[in-house]
Write a protein that binds this ligand. Sequence first.
Ligand code: HXC
Length: 258
Amino acid sequence: MTYTCIETYMPRPRVGAIKLHRPDVLNALSLQTMIELVDAFSAFDSDPEIRCIVLHGSEKAFAAGADISEMTDATTVTMLERDQFARWERIRQTKTPVIAAVSGYALGGGCELAMVCDMIVASDTAQFGQPEINIGVMPGAGGTQRLTRAVGKALAMEMVLTGRPISAQQALQAGLVNRVVPVQWYLEEAYALAEEVASKAPIASRLAKESVLKSFSTTLEVGMEFERKNFYLLFATDDQKEGMAAFIEKRKAQWKGK
Ligand code: HXC
């Protein structure tokens, strides 16, 4: 697929990066952007060379939300037919760990897109918000669900009902982001974190990610069983043998991803 709204590249060995690139509209997430994003995520996800993905926008905007110009005249029927927000679920199904590097605006769908990712590295200029209430609607892709799980009811309710954004520091305090760094380094920081994740045994990474995510959708009992089975499953991999042998032999493990 030829991309017009995003760019993809490899900033480090084994790290795939996706850049949202609609600078004229602060990376507003159009239908075409979502189609391209799903394609890029699935291409990286099926490439065994890629062990971690970084998603970012520009310094000014990660993404200022879903593209309002595409929704102005929409009806319930057209929204249902397009069902473009179901595409977010396809991004959530990415097995490779994903890091969002967020600078500037992460609003509405932009905040929701960052929250679909597994970790968030924020620049000190980042702001996170769910301003949909200001345009007569409400969040539609995780702003009432993932945000609430991440920051708790009090702050989520305030953000959703007032539409007021929070700063990067507030987001850090609330547990929404992993770290905040000066804007000039935020991408480097995300690449470095991605490189660290990418250096681990890839099948273990994928199953570990899957198990953490499972905790959001199931009971503790079922989640514990799921975790245990994934743990046992890893004993069928060469990397488990290699990792444990390398520890005993006091050398660095050489992962095969098998
Ligand atoms: C379409 C957008 C846009 C958006 C900005 N633009 N956000 N276009 N959809 N979400 C466009 C503007 O129209 C403008 O185009 C250009 O980007 C620059 O924006 P300005 O408003 O001039 O910039 P600024 O004054 O710096 O204000 C930045 C801003 C503001 C505070 C981020 O743009 C803003 O409030 N944007 C909307 C944020 C929002 O409501 N997001 C939620 C969308 S609904 P022109 O042509 O005039 O230069 C949503 C629902 C999600 O996300 C549901 C599930 C996914």
